[in-house]
Design a protein. Structure first.
Length: 73
């Protein structure tokens, strides 16, 4: 029995994995929009970008309102 590396081109394998990941996130966002946005996209991607853009230590989103917390010296 041939190994999967012998049967699948590595570039096609990586492309397929990337496409599956994007489809999984998009499908989850359609099925569970609030959970995906608040608990994944905001927390790990958009929140840190927002905090950096406004020179804050962190950005907290609760009930649709964003609070930016500054570091105290």
């Amino acid at each position: 029995m041939a190994a999967i590396a012998d049967r699948v081109d590595p570039v096609r394998g990586w492309l397929a994995a990337a496409i599956v990941a994007v489809v999984a996130v998009a499908g989850s966002a359609v099925a569970f929009p609030q959970q995906v946005y608040s608990e994944f996209l905001w927390q790990y991607f958009w929140g840190p970008i927002d905090a950096d853009a406004h020179d804050a230590a962190c950005a907290v989103r609760a009930d649709g309102v964003v609070r930016r917390l500054a570091e105290e010296s």
